[in-house]
Ligand binder design. Structure first.
Ligand SMILES: NC(=O)c1ccc[n+]([C@@H]2O[C@H](COP(=O)([O-])OP(=O)(O)OC[C@H]3O[C@@H](n4cnc5c(N)ncnc54)[C@H](O)[C@@H]3O)[C@@H](O)[C@H]2O)c1
Length: 313
């Protein structure tokens, strides 16, 4: 059967790069981008685009039927920092969009779903170092509660209705093509922009706050690997732990100083510190390694070199 892919939330930090990569792989016309707003020129000009609100089931069903969609990547969500400001809007968007896509799959209108989870599913009582796949999960943020609930529903739809839904608990993602959309790890992108434009950066987290992070190319690689893996190899139907590197703000500043020796860092922690404090410092992703051969390519040094190279004017 021919594959036609719909990406929802395609204009965001991950959606933009995911769409471009999927278009290269499967052909521009087979990958339909959608969002509630228009995206970068690259995205808009490289293939079909639909304005689509993920919370509107009828509109979604119509786009899926019109384009003969077989797979959906649901990237629309409200992220951790913004969700603390608008809890009900975050819950409505994050949950209703997921139900809409899962129900389309349950009705056999599509046959595969990707939905991203996050390290935010973990909470203050979770073991923080090398956090295992299965452990205490008591998220203390609006975003984390929505992601943990989402994971439970994904597993439920797989068990009850045979829905082929696949998911990853992404760490903080670092990229240069699109700015991040309101998360707690956004500092690790902003810092490169400010290092180049101003030579200094004021970080909203404390200097010793270690968090799991990943360069975008690795995140896209993992997403495609998981989606292309044979069904019998997918043993986790909630969401897979995924890791590449862990660092704190002081360490990323030092790695930038290798390239820009005069770079200066200051620290003014805000409300995002409490969110970061509730998350793991590092992640054990043994299951992803075992089930679908996951291996990252980017460590902090390579990430810094690649970010600075691509953001330089
Ligand atoms: N970026 C990260 O570091 C990270 C880490 C863990 C998990 N995730 C998850 O990955 C997914 C994508 O994240 P991102 O960083 O690309 O987010 P983003 O905020 O950059 O992009 C989200 C996109 O969704 C769109 N959108 C918002 N409401 C919509 C609606 N009602 N209908 C359709 N589109 C809508 C926005 O316009 C935006 O383009 C989210 O589920 C997020 O929780 C991201």
């Amino acid at each position: 059967m021919e594959k036609y892919i719909l990406i929802i939330g395609a204009c965001g930090q991950i959606g933009t790069e995911l769409t471009l990569t999927l278009r290269e792989r499967y052909g521009n016309d087979r990958v339909i981008a959608s969002d509630i707003r228009e995206g970068s020129d690259n995205l808009m000009n490289s293939g079909p685009f639909e304005i689509l609100d993920a919370t509107n089931y009828d509109a979604l069903e119509e786009v899926v039927a019109y384009h003969d969609i077989t797979e959906v990547y649901l990237m629309a969500a409200m992220l951790s920092a913004t969700a603390e400001k608008f809890p009900m809007r975050a819950w409505n968007l994050n949950m209703n969009s997921l139900f809409n896509v899962l129900n389309l799959a349950k009705e056999k209108k599509i046959n595969k779903v990707f939905w991203p989870s996050s390290i935010a599913v973990f909470g203050p009582n979770t073991p923080k170092v090398n956090t295992p796949q299965n452990t205490i999960m008591e998220p203390s943020t609006v975003y984390g509660i929505s992601k943990q609930s989402g994971e439970r529903w994904c597993e439920y739809y797989y068990n009850k209705f045979g829905v082929d839904v696949r998911s990853i608990r992404y760490p903080g993602l670092i990229s240069w093509k699109t700015m991040p959309g309101g998360g707690t790890t956004d500092y690790a992108v902003e810092i490169y922009h400010k290092a180049l434009s101003q030579g200094h950066y004021t970080c909203f987290l404390k200097k010793d706050t270690s968090l799991p992070m990943m360069f975008m190319d690795d995140a896209i690689k993992a997403t495609l690997q998981l989606m292309e893996a044979d069904t019998e190899n997918i043993k986790v139907r909630s969401a897979y732990n995924l890791a590449a590197m862990s660092f704190n703000p002081e360490e990323i500043a030092k790695s930038i100083q290798q390239h820009i020796p005069d770079f200066k860092m200051a620290y003014e922690p805000d409300f995002r510190q409490a969110i970061a404090d509730s998350w793991p410092k590092s992640i054990d992703d043994a299951d992803a390694q075992k089930d679908w051969n996951w291996q990252p390519d980017f460590d902090l040094e390579r990430t810094t070199a690649t970010m600075l190279e691509n953001l330089k004017v």
